[in-house]
Design a protein around this ligand. Sequence first.
Ligand SMILES: [Cu+2]
Length: 365
Amino acid sequence: MQFGERAPKSGWQNPARFLAMMVAAFSMAVFGPVATAQEAPAEEVAAETAAPTEAGDAATEATSSYTPLGPDMIVGQPVGAEEDFWGSMQFQPQHSPTGEQALWMHDVILLPVITVISLFVLGLLLFVVARFRKAANPVPSKTSHNTLIEVIWTVVPVIILLVIAVPSIQLLLDQYKSPDKDALTVKVNGYQWYWGYEYPDYGMGEVISNMMPEDEAKEKGLPPQLAVDNRMVVPVGEEIRIQTFGKDVIHAFAVPSLWFKLDAVPGRINEGKIFIDKPGIYYGQCSELCGARHGYMPIALEAVPREQFEAWVLSQGGTLPSAEEEAAPAAADAPADGDAPVEAGDAPAEASDAPAEEAEVALAN
Ligand SMILES: [Cu+2]
């Protein structure tokens, strides 16, 4: 469903998407209940999205102030089996385009295919056990070849794999597409055992994010062991370039509700992109066993409208790139004549000749 909705323009021109849509239509026809069950939450999400956007507009007016989002704005969070048994056994609802596409792939293609094949093979086994048991079939057949059946059991799996491959490769390509050239960059540093967030374009220090003590989290109505003291704040509805580093050992930056997981490896930069549909708080955890307190370095990502994000940057002592750009042309005008620095450069050269002459004099003596 979301897969088709996401690409209304290219749906009919792009053969891969067209085939995927055909598969979706077929799957929905055959597995209708699964598909419709998925649509209902999508509508709820749309309804929910409308409300925070209004809140975002209100925030636009109050540009200068930033207040961290409260517990009512938690969007991406795991649920316990006691709260929601089925929900706890499924993927978290997705809030990024690739996440929606991946969840669609799982719910509409993979699960139905797996279920049908498993039931079919189980049925065949039960049939063979019953039909060809010794009592019912005392003299076994000596048949060893049947060309028709052999062709069928080769060709049918190939077709099934092709049907899976088309949307799967499309998804893989989308997941690893580079972010926009001017996407906001966040450097995510994994430490034993906390996270550090750097915003190289905003002239601010690293934001260090530690797990919030359990009592404090409960007091504030935030989930214990997921809440942090300083969240990673990013603008909503924009591409964000995430670059991960391991500052000591390998960590992994993972936020399930945004379909994002990227290793943070010492000595190399890994890069991925995030696009968040909806303002709110998204929780994740380190997903690489990194030592004793691996389980206590949660990730809390806060997506807010651009104006709120900029207010946050200013509250952290950062500067906005737009302000720098305005200042930059003025600075560029001053050395535009250009000759002055060059002359200044010549002077030291002359000055350096002097000691050489002195040295010659000294040698001559
Ligand atoms: Cu870690």
